[in-house]
Design a protein around this ligand. Structure first.
Ligand SMILES: NC(=O)c1ccc[n+]([C@@H]2O[C@H](COP(=O)([O-])OP(=O)(O)OC[C@H]3O[C@@H](n4cnc5c(N)ncnc54)[C@H](OP(=O)(O)O)[C@@H]3O)[C@@H](O)[C@H]2O)c1
Length: 305
């Protein structure tokens, strides 16, 4: 496992993080086993959001923490707020209320990172700044970041927010690469050249932000994984060949592909299986070559100019 610095945290965080969007239904025994698998494989980063399972995902971790008080200081907990039923809300009052709910469900007095989940067109940077100030002063949130934001949205926030935006969590997998495609196809009159995201990867690198990738195995928006997917035959053949070469699973290679991007990368896996979690963790020990990285990009159906 590799570890990176994350804002002001004294804990260096694992480049593989355990996502909690799908853990809401876990009973205590299953959650214990899952947690043990994460910690034993070197994963110390846990990604949550107030909306996952309507708050039930945070409650699952909260029960684990309550049963093992020494655990809190050994792990990094991130959560997110701002998505409501049918709209987005970055108002000061809603951010403050959300964090109190998050802390209560997690049974902790602070979270290590809070992300604004999805851009709110009605956001007022002053309100976000004031909320962050109050949360930080109260010791409730140690670091702040964003998710699914383009560079100008982050710049808008930064007109008033004085705390560093430490990370941006964005959707990226070998089968979901619009942020890369546009960079390869500058000047080309084809759809792949459309820059929808404002060169967000390059912006995050310039600002030394952690780039967290969500849905690392998914095709599109939650339509299933590309692993053993008949629509991705060439990609799966290429993954299998590399899996054999490195003596790991094809899933491990898919995570390693994301980690090979030269930013401060972190991959948030959504697996609920201890075995799959161990496969994800193994990616922290693999560095694909430049040739292998490009081969996988092309095998996913992408064409280079
Ligand atoms: N910021 C945002 O807007 C945003 C949006 C969505 C998600 N997220 C975060 O990102 C995390 C990951 O998202 P995700 O769950 O969509 O990502 P994912 O890891 O791409 O997908 C997880 C799914 O893939 C399956 N899977 C994992 N390993 C597998 C393997 N080796 N073989 C076959 N299937 C496998 C899992 O099943 P098993 O459980 O059986 O392994 C699970 O159904 C979430 O938990 C959440 O923390 C953030």
């Amino acid at each position: 496992m590799r570890y990176i610095e994350f804002g002001s945290s004294p804990l260096r965080v694992s480049v593989i993080g355990a996502g909690s969007m799908r853990i809401a239904g876990m009973d205590e025994q299953t959650a214990d086993t899952f947690m043990k698998a994460a910690l034993d494989s070197g994963i110390n980063f846990f990604d949550h959001a107030d909306i996952y399972g309507g708050g039930k995902s945070e409650e699952v971790l909260g029960r684990v923490l309550a049963a093992d008080p020494g655990l809190r200081d050994r792990i990094f907990i991130q959560s997110k707020c701002g998505i409501r039923q049918g709209f987005f809300d970055f108002s000061e009052s809603y951010i403050l209320k959300s964090v109190d709910g998050i802390l209560s469900r997690l049974q902790t007095d602070h979270i290590d990172s809070l992300l604004l989940h999805r851009p709110d067109a009605l956001m007022e940077p002053e309100e976000v700044a004031s909320a962050f100030e109050k949360l930080h002063q109260a010791g409730k949130v140690l670091n702040f970041g964003v998710s699914n934001m383009n560079p100008m949205q982050m710049e808008l926030l930064k007109t008033k927010v004085t705390y560093p935006l430490v990370c941006n969590q964005v959707q990226m997998s070998i089968a979901h690469t619009p942020m890369l495609d546009s960079g390869f196809n500058v000047n080309m009159g084809i759809d792949a050249g459309i820059n929808r995201d404002g060169s967000v990867l390059e912006y995050c690198r310039i600002k030394d932000m952690v780039i967290q990738t969500w849905s690392p195995l998914q095709v599109g928006y939650f339509t299933g994984t590309f692993l053993n997917n008949e629509n991705y035959g060439e990609l799966n053949r290429a993954l299998r060949a590399l899996a054999e070469k490195y003596g790991v699973g094809t899933d491990t290679i898919a995570y390693a592909w994301l980690l090979r991007y030269p930013g401060r990368m972190q991959v948030i896996t959504g697996t609920t299986s201890p075995d799959h979690l161990r496969s994800a963790a193994a990616a922290g020990d693999i560095t694909l070559s430049r040739e292998e990285w490009y081969e996988l990009y092309r095998a996913a159906g992408n064409r280079l100019p």
